[in-house]
Design a protein around this ligand. Sequence first.
Ligand SMILES: [Zn+2]
Length: 450
Amino acid sequence: MTRWLAEYAWLPEHAEPTPDVLIEAEDGRITGVAPLVGGGAPTAGIEVLRDAVRLPGLTLPGLANAHSHAFHRALRGRTHDGRGDFWSWRNGMYDVAARLDPDSYLALARAAYAEMALAGITCVGEFHYLHHGPDGTPYADPNAMGAALVEAAAHAGIRLTLLDACYLTATVDGEPLDGAQRRFGDGDALRWAERVDAFRPEDDHARVGAAIHSVRAVPAEQLATVAGWADRNGVPLHVHLSEQPAENDACRAEHGRTPTRLLADHGVLGRHTTAVHATHPTSADLTLLGDSRTGVCLCPTTERDLADGIGPARRMAEAGSPLSLGSDSHAVVDLFEEARAVELDERLRTRRRGHFTPAELFTAATVAGHAALGWADAGRLAVGDRADLVTVRLDSARTAGVPPVGAFFAATAADVTHVVVDGRAVVADGRHLTVDVPAELRTAIAEVTP
Ligand SMILES: [Zn+2]
């Protein structure tokens, strides 16, 4: 049994944090959550409080990063010279993709995931499409690259949902994969399913889910194969959706309908599906997403970095789509920044304030993200849930004087001091306990960049 005494803890369904909360865990599960005042007596007397680990500041449940491409971390700060857009950025991304092998992928992902742990992220959804050797030839183990990601997450001390992405074509009208893209392809959706079926990580920290890269990358008649595989296996299905107006235009030209409508017509939408970005939906698209309870993963720091635009977050939430958050290209790894950007971007667009409550942003960063990744028992400080604790200091230059409820508008990832994942300490006093994060990032990135 481990006990912590949190100066403040944000409990499920609460509009704001509660002071002085005793949290108990055993075998990686929360076994007790008791506010010292007004929440029922703690399970034992004063001795219990004496040996509880003190957590000064605000303790949150684990943060979930619902959309990641680990290797994009190598691009941070390297793509800002000259003009360009998403498509020119993509060329730089392909240069890194072409250089990776299972060993360098493991080293880079391990460092990137350890950076996430430092930021309070206890679970990541890795949208994985870098499957094969540089010319498209499978490795001896056709899941060697996925296995590297699973191992990387274990080293970093966080959980992983490997969203294995089906990626078959270069364009909506079926142009074949070319250049670095050849590494992504399995030929057709049945062969994708065969490969993914054969991948069964045995470690408890990792699960396999499915992804459709986008309507550009999976021909319409093969969408149902991927959706059916996810459905049969009861796993989450993620898909990049309408990140760019060009994707909408190409889809309309080829299929006479929007990407969202195309996915709906092929059985891709539903409560186990998460649309990533959904930056440029029509009103009818919003209804399709909301009515089917399809989730939307917003990645505001990447969307601004790539000049994508601003998705209609409030309208998506109103329509019925649960919102989660992702750091996607890792231009920034900071879920506090992603969360407040959901509100602040709405302010820029509407020139009005107050679209999302702090509790709604907290939900997106925690329980909704875990649910989108297939971990229904994580993201809440509640008995029976996984013992993930993330403590944010309230005495830094950024957070001093800030009321605990304002943490999502003031704190940064650098304010995270303690992180516990499944009952195990991963970060203490702001330091990762097993990975020298800056050193490993420096070395791993030098290996795969010009
Ligand atoms: Zn992405």
